[in-house]
Design a protein around this ligand. Structure first.
Ligand code: KIV
Ligand code: ZN
Length: 522
């Protein structure tokens, strides 16, 4: 079976399977709230992603509900849920995807000798039977069933061929062979697909899929090599977030295919001008900053600093640019914003940057923009993005910072007087600390008692200049759960308070999520 071509072109269509909300969300600290997941799913759907893996329904009630709600709302994409091979898990997954126009169950089990013996304590025969049973059960819920051989790249080839054949015979329509531990090389991965497709007699009845982790920095290269081996589905995440070093980055895969059609003659349905927006949204909701030199969506991806490069660029952008910033949604600024800009111009600017806010959020963002413009000479697009992301992510929070006064300097102890709105009620507390940030965090803890540990405190300037906004990330952990919060403000201490409180808001939302024992997948 090959992927359908809808475009009428003679190129093979590659199916884009996004797992930002499942594998991406599994990475420590990247937890998203229910509303954030819906927002990411809506954008992925609009961007042309074919399949959205929305979560792991058996892992928690929260995951079940978000998969079901995404299934209810999605317009175009197939909505997929992940499931272990246990029949109760499959049924839970089936129920979660039921509201979707088109739903998929993705069931997986480890097939490498190491995983089967050490992790599962199962014999190959038991793994084979569990696969058959799971796929058969999943087919009772939907005729779109994906089966994954976890740790495929360390699986013995004879067993792999045998189990793939059995999975297809039981009704699997997509076969995913993941490089779970990010160990393979492009040549090896391509050869694995060629061998399995050639040796498995019913291989033409399924679409083969790649799923690569980035432990050796080869996830995108390996994914593309899998296509050369005959795979026609790529599993990937926005910004490459995911377990450990992450997954193959969707934006890199897509732009490689688009830019190198000579070497990679495939079609996808992705609207590339939405890539930058998707990257910003995922970074905002996970509070995971995008590395400056990240391909495609990093802040420096289209910046030309050296004199020689700038000289070349002035003559022709082709000298140093293999794709245009506009093609990934980075617009050349047409509207310069400042303190005289009105609400209409602000709305227009947001539209240009790819944001669409409701009336209330727009009013709040505009108020903050005016405040910022009074304090800062030039308001850059990055400033607006930081402010709007902060507004979007923290709009429905239970806890809000409303006022902060800090006394800092050489004569300690430093102190912070903090006023917060907690469930709509204003409360103030004054605390001292070993430095101003410590004093603020102590005041927050007095107002919102909690036992979470501070794992990370990180500050970066959104733009250049001493009046730049500070963007602070705070990561907290509680009972093995990690959450990250982000806050932006020209005052680093206010941004710090906002970030800490944003993380606490997430922690409170996530407290109810009891993860099923051992539910984690690669
Ligand atoms: O990396 C992996 O093997 C996975 C599977 C669950 C598909 O994420
Ligand atoms: Zn994975």
């Amino acid at each position: 079976m090959t992927a359908a071509t809808e475009t009428g072109s003679n190129k093979d269509r590659v199916i884009i399977f996004d797992t930002t909300l499942r594998d991406g969300e599994q990475c420590p600290g990247a937890t998203m709230t229910f509303d954030e997941k819906l927002e990411v799913a809506e954008l992925l759907d609009e961007m042309g992603v074919d399949i959205i893996e929305a979560g792991f329904p058996a892992a928690s009630d929260g995951d079940f509900e978000s998969v079901a709600e995404i299934a209810r709302r999605s317009n175009n994409a197939v909505i997929c849920g992940l499931s272990r091979t246990g029949l109760a898990d499959i049924d839970r997954c089936g129920a979660a995807i039921k509201p979707a126009k088109r739903g998929r169950i993705h069931t997986f089990i480890s097939t490498s000798p190491l995983h089967m013996s050490v992790k599962l304590g199962m014999t190959p025969e038991q793994v084979l039977q569990a696969t058959i049973d799971a796929v058969t059960r999943a087919r009772k819920w939907t005729d779109d069933v994906e089966w994954s051989a976890e740790d495929a790249t360390r699986t013995e080839i004879d067993f792999m061929c045998k189990i793939v054949e059995a999975a297809i015979k039981a009704g699997a329509t997509t076969i995913n062979l993941p490089d779970t531990v990010g160990y393979t090389t492009p040549q090896e991965y391509q050869a694995m697909f060629e061998t399995v497709r050639a040796r498995v007699p019913n291989s033409d009845k399924a679409i083969f899929s790649v799923h690569c982790h980035n432990d050796l920095g080869m996830a995108v290269a390996n994914s593309l090599a899998g296509l050369a081996g005959g795979a026609r589905q790529i599993e990937c995440t926005i910004n490459g977030i995911g377990e450990r070093a992450g997954n193959a980055a969707l934006e890199e895969v897509i732009m490689a295919i688009r830019t190198r059609q000579d070497a990679l003659p495939y079609d996808t349905a992705i609207e590339t001008t939405m890539l930058n927006r998707a990257s910003k949204l995922v970074s905002a909701v996970t509070s995971f900053p995008v590395q400056y030199n990240k391909a495609i969506v990093g802040r420096n991806a289209f910046a030309h600093e050296s004199g020689i490069h700038q000289h070349g660029m002035l003559k022709s952008s082709l000298t140093y640019e293999i794709m245009t910033p506009e093609s990934v949604g980075v617009s050349k600024t047409s509207l310069v914003m400042g303190k005289h800009s009105g609400r209409a111009a602000f709305r227009e600017k947001l539209k240009e940057m790819g944001y669409e806010l409701g009336e209330n959020a727009l009013n709040d963002a505009f108020r903050r923009f005016k405040d910022l413009a009074d304090r800062k000479k030039i308001v850059y697009d990055e400033d607006i993005a930081a402010l709007v992301d902060d507004e979007i992510v923290n709009a429905n929070d239970r806890f809000k910072v409303t006022a902060l006064t800090v006394i800092a300097g050489t004569a300690g102890p430093q102190s912070a007087a903090l006023t917060m709105e907690i469930d709509g009620v204003k409360q103030t507390h004054q605390a001292t600390g070993n430095g101003p940030v410590d004093a603020i965090f102590n005041a927050i803890t007095a107002l919102i008692p909690h036992k979470a540990n501070l794992e990370l405190y990180q500050v970066h300037a959104v733009t250049g200049g001493t009046d730049a906004q500070a963007e602070v990330s705070v990561r907290l952990s509680e009972d093995g759960r990690e959450v990250t919060g982000k806050g932006a403000d020209p005052d680093t201490l206010v941004a710090s308070a906002r970030a800490y409180v944003a993380a606490l808001n997430k922690l409170v939302i996530n407290r109810g999520r009891e993860k099923a024992q051992g539910a984690g997948a690669g």
